[in-house]
Design a protein around this ligand. Structure first.
Ligand SMILES: Cc1cc2nc3c(=O)[nH]c(=O)nc-3n(C[C@H](O)[C@H](O)[C@H](O)COP(=O)(O)O)c2cc1C
Length: 532
């Protein structure tokens, strides 16, 4: 690890400075701010609309390369695909141009749905949800020669569903070196690189955009993993890489736009060739704002969580954190997931194009216990990642506020993944508290379940340094993203949310004492917005 990465006071400072909390103004009225008392600031920036960032990266001089728009149905149905980790040995397909089209479109492409904003603008929704629809991610592919696409570095251009070729040639060796020879990267015909252009989100959310980078990356990568699994492609998330050479390969500066995750896709029999020279790129792109406002905490943590070389990446992932599974201390309820043959056969393409954030729930009609059980179980089987142990629980624990599940007492539960059970921590009606924790957003009270991910960050930081902050946010988002996506085949809906950090920990304590809020997804039975 770099000495910067080891100084985890940086991650703690960032975490404390970007918490949402409640305060009172002089008149005694409550307001929500960002920070930790007494250092609290308004949580939203969004002051100068002339600076509102353009949500697409458009290369001005590169011609679009056509890719298929029509998607043939994938062989494996959505739920089976979502449940996969990416490591399954039978995933032996090799990616081609259509696979890249499918992955780009279904993770960061246009949904074909738009809304007018209060100011008369237009939001074009993407296939993966994103905090405040302030889309800030870009997808790149670093490819070997594929059957119908020459080797190169490509951007998936969301605005016109095409590829832009940034470099010609097989540059995968650069990523092999940057990851210190990570085995999946070495054998993958395609490595997807996900970047965040932080300002596109920070314009509204200030420094909390750095958390959102990994929340939204997890949401988009959920789709990547599911689409890959549906097409029999192996996939591994890779968080251990030297940042600078990866950014240089894509021609991004690592500051305004930076690589935040890699995903190795497919398994070839031959390893990538040695790294080619990487000359600088000078490709003009459309300006996204006349100027941008600095939120220095983003740069401070991003720099302090960097890795400097492939050797550092090897050391960083060498001993994944293995924490003991939390033991139940009270009564547990066994989950009753549906057997896989009984799962819906709806294809992943339909699930992704049919998904929307659900903010209206039929609060009084329970959801079935078997659907609830299946969703918890299939979304927590794990993800294949370079730096996580497959035989260990995830870094986070799942806490549930159950409002209305058939046959289950309303109350607060913790999920014991290894036991396929939930443990009742507190029985009662906690709808009002759920709404408060979600910054007073009413959908949390109406939804049937609020599923919170919390983690003890101290051991995560001890093992992974500041980069553990990236990893913890991403991992929680991936698990929650799977849950969100999987609701649709059950005719349920979900929405990611934001929450009042320390109040969340207090609410789930004493069980959650010392843990930090990372992510929440709420889900339940949808009702039309107009219905009473
Ligand atoms: C991590 C995450 C957090 C979110 N937080 C909120 C929230 O606090 N309140 C809300 O109304 N929507 C929230 N959303 C939903 C987004 O606003 C939504 O994804 C975006 O507007 C795009 O709409 P769509 O999901 O229907 O495609 C969140 C989404 C994500 C992925």
């Amino acid at each position: 690890m770099t000495s910067d990465n080891r100084d985890t006071a940086v991650a703690w400072r960032f975490h404390d400075a970007t918490k949402y909390c409640a305060g009172r103004d002089e008149s005694g009225a409550e307001w929500f701010g960002m920070g930790t008392p007494p250092h609290v600031e308004p949580s939203i920036w969004q002051q100068d609309w002339s600076l509102e960032p353009y949500p697409f990266k458009v290369y001005e001089t590169l011609p679009p390369l056509e890719i298929p728009h029509e998607l043939a149905p994938s062989p494996r149905p959505a739920l089976q695909a979502i449940a996969r980790t990416g490591a399954e040995a039978d995933a032996t397909a090799l990616p081609d141009r259509a696979a890249l089209a499918r992955i780009g479109l279904l993770s960061n492409g246009l949904m074909g749905r738009h809304a007018r904003t209060a100011r008369g603008g237009t939001v074009e929704f993407r296939t993966a949800g994103g905090t405040g629809a302030r889309y800030h991610l870009e997808v790149y592919f670093v490819c070997a020669d594929l059957p119908d696409l020459p080797a190169g570095v490509y951007q998936y251009a969301a605005h016109d569903h095409s590829l832009r070729q940034l470099r010609a040639g097989d540059f995968r060796g650069v990523l092999v070196d940057a990851t210190g020879g990570e085995p999946a990267v070495t054998r993958a015909p395609v490595i997807l690189a996900l970047t965040s252009t932080f300002w596109r989100n920070a314009w509204r959310y200030k420094a909390r955009a750095y958390r959102h980078a990994f929340w939204d990356a997890g949401t988009a990568l959920t789709n990547v993993l599911a689409v890959a699994a549906a097409g029999d492609l192996g996939a591994r998330v890779v968080m251990g890489y030297a940042d600078a050479p990866v950014n240089a390969l894509l021609g991004v500066d690592g500051r305004d736009e930076a690589v935040i995750a890699l995903c190795a896709i497919g398994r070839a029999t031959e390893a990538a060739p040695p790294a080619l020279e990487v000359p600088p790129l000078a490709l003009p792109t459309r300006s996204i704002s006349p100027r941008q406002v600095e939120f220095p905490q983003i740069q401070i943590l991003h720099t302090a969580s960097g890795l400097a070389s492939g050797a550092e990446a090897v050391a960083w992932r060498a001993e994944p954190l293995r924490r003991p599974p939390p033991e139940p201390a009270g009564a547990v309820v066994a989950l009753r997931p549906l057997p896989e043959p009984a799962w819906s056969g709806v294809p992943i393409e339909d699930v992704i194009f049919g998904r929307r954030s659900t903010r209206h729930y039929a609060a009084d009609v329970p959801i079935p216990f078997d659907a609830f059980s299946t969703l918890l179980e299939l979304s927590s089987r794990g993800i294949d990642a370079d730096c996580l142990a497959a035989d260990s629980p995830p870094l986070h624990d799942r806490y549930l506020i159950v409002n209305n599940v058939e046959g289950l007492a309303p109350g607060v539960y913790v999920h014991h993944r290894g036991l396929a059970a939930i443990e009742l921590l507190r029985e009662g009606d906690f709808r009002a508290q759920a709404q408060r924790l979600a910054c007073l957003q009413g959908y949390a009270a109406d939804a049937h379940v609020n599923c919170y991910s919390l983690a003890s960050l101290r051991p995560v930081f001890e093992r992974y340094g500041n980069r553990g902050y990236r990893l913890a946010q991403l991992e929680a988002s991936l698990y929650s993203g799977k849950l969100h996506l999987a609701t649709r085949p059950f005719r349920l809906g979900a929405v990611g949310s934001t929450s009042l950090d320390d109040e969340v920990t207090e609410f789930f304590s004493p069980h959650a004492a010392g843990k930090s809020y990372l992510f929440v997804v709420v889900f339940g039975r949808r009702r039309p917005a107009s219905a009473p």
